[in-house]
Design a protein around this ligand. Structure first.
Ligand code: ADP
Ligand code: ZN
Length: 725
């Protein structure tokens, strides 16, 4: 059941006494309500006295909806992330199934009969205008009829009116099974490319086994990783098996989907947040029934049932969107690996900037490391150059050398991408006289200036108010400080008036379909200058793009998180990788106030792999992951003392159970101690022994659920956290 409790509930079979199979849904009484539950096991005994066990109302499915192997993944997820199993089941099921709807729902369709067609329309309109209206609507809709939901939308009271028409035999009702997924397409586009030597080797390694193995495909941007997936996917699909592809945010990667569809010649079943509930169920059913061979989805698609699994691919393995940051805090990448093991199929993890976790697995020989050190075809790697913003100050974010480079590239039919990972107009509103900074009332954060809408917004809690013109403290004039993408866009428009400029960030692409349009224009080369956040850096291929400018690269140089260097290198290398992907060599200009910082020489001379190797060596010494394991306990409360107090209790409970492999850090205030009106605190547990940490959490969770203080706070356990706040 979808309830936040870490336990199972016992029920007797429904009246007819046949126990529904494990993996079936059942309707059960729960408290005073009725809920949909999933049968997880059969048992001959119960800790409840016989008279106390309630009976299931009914079985919803005739046969198991979820197979034993998929239940195994659900159990694993609940155990590993210490999260109530009912909520894991809920995450694994499409909404309609969660609500107890049938796996094959039928659609009620209303159509006009022959008799209805030959009626005397004028007479009916005189006697019963409402009936005439409904009949008219159905006649206009054509022979296939209209589904009842649509009728309700168009003519809310149609059922009352329809009764008379049914009696006269003018209209008829039918129940049709919902349409099934059809993946057939005209044909695949033949491959024209010949794989280069590195690619051929990679494909050969991947083809060597159909059994479990984790393969890290570590190839620089544009090295032809996608071509390699395509080859391997084709083998698997030709054997009649299914491929599951997990990709970061599918809205951001329409190019990947189009390429797969084109080259494999089948329609992929997609799983992403833009689907309706019915579409999602249709795709889920097609995966479960084996009619869809190619399944492409974001994070939660890792739970998609597969009838004939053959291969799992995780594209852009390093991407943070694979980790869910609320509720069930799972990593879809890590679960994909576990699942591949359960299913005994290979899993390919691709990235130009692999995480240190994956690299370390390769070093230990657990995963196979496949490297593609050069770009495929004739494209050369982009040239990186630093611009010292102390010597060449930036006006509105753009330094003179960057401005000249933009001119030069646009002048020779190139395209430029200006990257700044900060949306809005300016990150700060400051008083020129007293230095007061506009802050959020509910968070410990500054408000961002949004000039177009004349607002100040908090990017943490969503609070929003009109833009001040005067300081709230001293009444003097205030001004925006620093740059966001809107300000950059404005500055570029002023400096390049005759060029087309397109901004891409979550503000500019809110409208449905907007991202798709933007990417299309960028790909066609209709926009001369693209300015935007990391939305622009993810896997895109813009053929004309020759220059990348990174406006404020310093944000991560002095980060406090142990992952700062890794993150920063990933973000720079990914965005730089958009430059020069075809014939023309790319150029990347990085603006920094700290050109002497050793990070830069490591990155520029050694690339991502050198940054990663150095960061790994450092983590080994400082004992951070992947050399140790982390779990983060978070709490939030309206009272500061409650948030910390709860974690003090948790700490004592941990200390009682801990062995010497465990280090307890905290509790301390979260780096942003107040957010959306709640105080936040955290307790970090670090251990060199994964199993010991797991065992401890297994006892801790139920103990904390019993704790009276737990009712005063919102708390969670985050296993393998990627954000330490
Ligand atoms: P990645 O996924 O590593 O970024 P892609 O597979 O998207 O790389 O390939 C980058 C570009 O290089 C694409 O335009 C692709 O068609 C092209 N490409 C890939 N392999 C080859 C090859 N062997 N010969 C020529 N071009 C190639
Ligand atoms: Zn706020």
């Amino acid at each position: 059941m979808n309830v936040p409790l870490s336990r199972l509930f016992d029920y007797l079979p429904p009246r007819d006494d046949v126990a529904p199979a494990v993996g079936c849904r059942v309707l059960v009484p729960f408290g005073r309500r009725h809920q949909v539950g999933l049968v997880l096991e059969h048992s001959a005994e119960s800790s409840l006295p016989p008279g106390k066990i309630r009976r299931c109302d009914a079985a919803i499915d005739e046969a198991a909806l979820i197979s034993a192997t998929d239940l195994r993944l659900i159990r694993f997820t609940s155990d590993y992330y210490h999260h109530p199993i009912g909520e894991v089941v809920a995450a694994a099921l499409p909404a309609l199934l969660r609500q107890g709807k049938a796996l094959h729902p039928t659609v009620e369709t209303i159509a006009v009969s022959d008799l209805g067609q030959s009626r005397d329309a004028a007479a009916l309109a005189r006697r019963a205008p409402k009936q005439a209206e409904l009949l008219e609507f159905l006649v206009d809709a054509g022979g296939n009829g209209v589904d009842a939901d649509r009728l309700t939308e168009e003519l809310p009271n149609w059922r009352r009116v329809a009764r008379a028409l049914f009696e006269k035999g003018y209209i008829a009702r039918s129940e049709l099974r919902t349409e099934d997924f059809d993946e057939t397409l005209a044909s695949a586009r033949a491959d024209s490319l010949v794989l280069n030597e590195d690619q051929q080797k990679a494909v050969a390694i991947l083809r060597a086994s159909d059994h479990f193995g984790a393969y890290l495909l570590d190839g620089v941007t544009g090295s032809g990783k996608t071509e390699i997936y395509l080859q391997r996917m084709r083998d698997v699909i030709e054997q009649g098996k299914q491929v599951l592809v997990l990709a970061p945010e599918i809205g951001l990667t329409p190019q990947l989907v189009a390429r797969l569809r084109d080259r494999l010649g089948i329609e992929p079943a997609l799983f992403h947040s833009g689907l309706t509930d019915t579409e999602r169920l249709t795709a889920w059913r097609a995966a479960r029934g084996g009619t869809a061979h190619l399944l492409v989805g974001t994070r939660s698609a890792v739970f998609t049932p597969l009838k004939n699994p053959g291969l799992i691919v995780v594209d852009e393995e390093h991407d943070h969107s694979f980790k869910q940051q609320e509720g069930l805090r799972y990593s879809a990448r890590d679960l994909a690996i576990v699942r591949a093991k359960h299913l005994d199929v290979p899993v390919i993890l691709g990235s130009a900037t692999p995480t240190l976790e994956m690299l370390q697995h390769c070093r230990e020989g657990k995963y196979k490391h496949i490297r593609l050190p050069v770009r495929a075809g004739s494209a050369e790697p982009p040239i990186m150059r630093l611009v010292d913003t102390i010597r060449a100050p930036a006006a509105d974010g753009i330094s003179e050398p960057l401005r000249e480079a933009i001119h030069a590239h646009l002048g020779s039919a190139g395209q430029a991408l200006i990257f700044l990972n900060r949306r809005g107009f300016a990150p700060t509103l400051i008083c020129a006289s007293c230095g007061h900074i506009a802050g959020c009332d509910r968070c410990d954060s500054r408000l961002t200036v949004h000039a177009h809408s004349n607002q100040l917004r908090c990017h943490h809690c969503g609070a929003c108010r009109s833009l001040d013109t005067r300081c709230g403290e001293c009444g003097e004039v205030v001004k925006p400080l620093g740059e966001g993408t809107q300000r950059l866009e404005e500055a570029l428009r002023a400096q390049f008036p005759e060029h087309s400029i397109m901004r891409v960030d979550s503000d500019s692409t809110k409208r449905k379909g907007a991202m798709h349009e933007v990417l299309e224009q960028a790909t066609e080369g209709d926009a001369d200058i693209l300015v935007g956040t990391q939305m622009l850096s993810k896997g895109h291929h813009f053929p004309k793009l020759s220059l990348v400018g990174i406006v404020n690269a310093d944000q991560g140089l002095f980060g406090t998180d142990f992952r700062s260097a890794e993150r920063m290198a990933q973000s720079i290398v990914q965005v730089a990788g958009r430059a020069g992907r075809e014939s023309r060599r790319g150029e990347v200009l990085i603006q920094t106030a700290f050109p002497e910082h050793p990070f830069w020489s490591t990155l520029i001379t050694g690339g991502y792999s050198r940054v990663a190797a150095e960061a790994l060596a450092e983590r080994e010494v400082t004992r951070w992951p992947p050399f140790t394991r982390l779990a983060l306990l978070r709490s939030a409360a309206h009272r500061h003392g409650d948030a910390l107090g709860f974690l003090e209790i948790a700490k004592r409970s941990v200390a009682d159970r801990a062995d010497e492999s465990l280090r307890i850090l905290g509790p301390v205030d979260a780096p942003m101690a107040r957010r959306a009106g709640r105080y936040r605190a955290q307790l970090l547990l670090q251990s060199s022994d994964r199993q010991a940490l797991q065992n401890l959490l297994r006892e801790l969770r139920p103990a904390l659920e019993q704790e009276p203080m737990a009712r005063k706070v919102r708390w969670s356990i985050d296993v393998d956290p990627i954000e330490l706040f």
